[in-house]
Ligand binder design. Structure first.
Ligand code: ATP
Length: 584
């Protein structure tokens, strides 16, 4: 397939606002691609050559190098490129304009194929060590001199991570269903396969090459992360009991980082909630799993919690996040020691355990884990009494836990990869005290600070995630809860995400002073969910206005363990709103 075809489709998608139309345009493109190149088409469309968990290097070209590439390709000085970028607001548009007037173009250039673009970008990503900047630049200049102006627009956006077509994973799933099965009805099979293997390109190739049956038979594999199951929330023990079917495994809810450990012999890989490899952060956890899990191969899940070696008490989540530092890991393991509380097993010695009911899985886990101080199972008890659930909850709080997780134990209580269903329900202290639970919001914009806050942001514009449209509608402006250090930290963390204009996936009626790529997730508490004329979240469903958070405050917690698409959703917000009004 010619890259030109991709570029034309991207342009159409960019100029289309409706998600159904975007899905249809992409489906048409996918239908035309050869089965052997579909993986590359998906990768380029996602703006990522490989899924994160493969641990392949990323393209990540900095602005300065991007300017040099365009300057050399168009034979103009760097300053000229900078001027055009400033005027047009983006390096892609600048490359397009400058190449249109460049003489070098069109002479003998061959037409670019999807494979040629992908392979060159992969070489760029892999170039490392001394001389790699020169190498990257010359590879990209070579590509641009062969590109048509429109192709240059998208190549430059891809390499600078600013493609922003507004096409999330789930919209690509829809497009695949439409392209290869004729209707979106089969989307759930494709989504399920993706949830099991976390590799949309692979699922797409399988679908194109072998059809939907092959996709239905995708199974769990050690070494390939499974998208994690999540929990819903409720505030009444009686309701929880009813929802899970009258009987539950009630476990303490630990406040740490969730990990999925994959073990094959002595080889252990740890994945985060975002399906990233975090093995290097936890050499101690690797050791615990290697020494205390007695299987040839398995996939297990648990919570890693930091503790104080002096008192043995649990330490806050923020402490654990210090492990995210890439250096001094050895020292960090001493400073922030951790324990592991396992709560699930999805695979063991050749068998897919994820399809078994909860208590079966728990008993497999009991058998394979050799418990000790450092690694063991979550505290849990099976009960059919709401009163007992309440007691366990109180004891959980008394012993410093966040609350409880109530898990369904009936025949159908299998592990549901990638979904948030009523099979797991969490109850935390905050809801029982009549307060609203914390929300995880995505920072999409900011307003300049004045007076004491000059030089940092005075307020943050935050959004939820809309799963139906793959967009980020705003829900509040946050101006409180910040210490001076936090404001500095916001400024520093957001610097990498500053945009010249609103991201197409962000929906906002307010005009922020600065717009960001929707990347940073932060924890926020508010007083209640209200109907608002200024915030668009859920507006279509509510009718009378959008939903907003009243009196939002930053809790001080950056949710580095969450992707923006794992933030609080519009559906969560509607649930909360209805719960508040007593409709649920
Ligand atoms: P929260 O902010 O309440 O942790 P979340 O959106 O981060 O919510 P959820 O999936 O809704 O995550 O809540 C479940 C999380 O709680 C799990 O991802 C896991 O990290 C953690 N957890 C702690 N203890 C348990 C347990 N016993 N069983 C399952 N998950 C647990």
């Amino acid at each position: 397939m010619l890259y030109q075809r991709l570029a034309e489709a991207y342009e159409k998608i960019e100029n289309t606002s409706g998600s159904l139309d975007k899905i249809a345009i992409l489906a048409e493109l996918l239908r035309e691609a050869e089965a052997s190149e579909i993986e590359k088409v998906i990768a380029l469309t996602l703006g990522k050559l490989f899924p994160d968990w493969k641990g392949e290097p990323e393209i990540g070209i900095a602005e300065k190098m991007a300017v040099q590439v365009v300057a050399q390709a168009a034979s103009v000085p760097d300053d000229e490129v900078k001027k055009v970028v400033k005027r047009l607001g983006d390096i892609g548009a600048a490359a397009e304009e400058l190449l249109k007037s460049s003489v070098q173009m069109t002479l003998l250039s061959e037409e670019l194929t999807v494979s040629r673009v992908f392979d060159t970008l992969y070489s760029v990503a892999r170039a490392s060590g001394s001389g790699s900047s020169k190498m990257k630049t010359s590879l990209l200049v070579g590509l641009l001199t062969e590109a048509q102006p429109l192709e240059a627009r998208y190549i430059m956006r891809t390499v600078t991570g600013s493609l922003r077509l507004g096409l999330g994973h789930m919209m690509i799933v829809d497009s695949l269903a439409l392209a290869f099965t004729g209707s979106r009805d089969n989307r759930s099979d494709i989504e399920h396969a993706f949830n099991l293997c976390s590799d949309l390109g692979y699922v797409a190739r399988l679908l194109a090459e072998e059809g939907i049956e092959a996709v239905r038979s995708v199974s769990i594999e050690v070494g390939r992360p499974i998208r994690m199951m999540a929990a819903k929330k409720l505030s009444s023990p009686e309701e929880i009991m009813e929802k899970v079917g009258g009987r539950a495994l009630v476990e303490y809810k630990y406040d740490g980082e969730r990990i999925q450990a994959h073990k094959k012999g002595d080889e252990i890989v740890l994945f985060s909630r975002r399906q990233e490899r975090i093995t290097d952060q936890y050499p101690d956890v690797v050791e615990y799993v290697r020494d205390h899990v007695r299987t040839g191969s398995c996939i297990i899940e648990g919570e890693v919690v930091a503790y104080d070696p002096g008192t043995g008490e649990t330490r806050p989540f923020q402490e654990l996040m210090r492990r995210r530092r890439k250096f001094d890991i050895e020292e960090m393991t001493k400073e922030v020691p951790v324990r592991v509380f396992l709560f699930d097993v999805l695979y063991a010695d050749g068998e897919d355990i994820s399809v078994r009911p909860m208590l079966d899985r728990r008993s497999v886990l009991e058998k394979i884990v050799d418990k000790c101080e450092d690694i063991g199972l979550t505290v849990g008890e099976v009960t059919d009494s709401a009163e007992r659930l309440r007691e366990i909850f109180m004891t959980a709080l008394d012993t410093g836990h966040e609350g409880i997780m109530a898990k369904a134990v009936h025949e159908g209580s299998r592990y549901q990869a990638g979904s948030r269903s009523w099979l797991w329900i969490k109850l935390k202290a905050s809801y029982s005290e009549g307060m609203m639970d914390t929300l995880d919001l995505v920072v999409v914009g900011a307003f300049h600070g004045r007076g004491k806050r000059t030089g940092v942001y005075g307020a943050i514009l935050a959004a939820v995630y809309d799963e139906d449209t793959d967009t980020f509608p705003t829900v509040c402006k946050i101006g409180t809860g910040f210490t001076d250090e936090m404001l500095e930290e916001f400024k520093r963390r957001l610097a990498d995400y500053v945009l010249d204009a609103r991201d197409p996936r962000v929906v906002s009626d307010l005009e922020a002073d600065v717009w960001f790529e929707p990347r940073l997730v932060v924890e926020v508490v508010g007083d209640e969910v209200t109907i608002s004329p200024t915030h668009p979240a859920g507006r279509e469903k509510i009718g009378t206005g959008g939903l907003a958070i009243r009196f939002p405050r930053f809790t001080g917690r950056f949710r580095d363990d969450k992707n923006p698409t794992q933030a609080t959703t519009v559906a969560d917000l509607i649930d909360l709103f209805e719960m508040q009004r007593g409709l649920r």
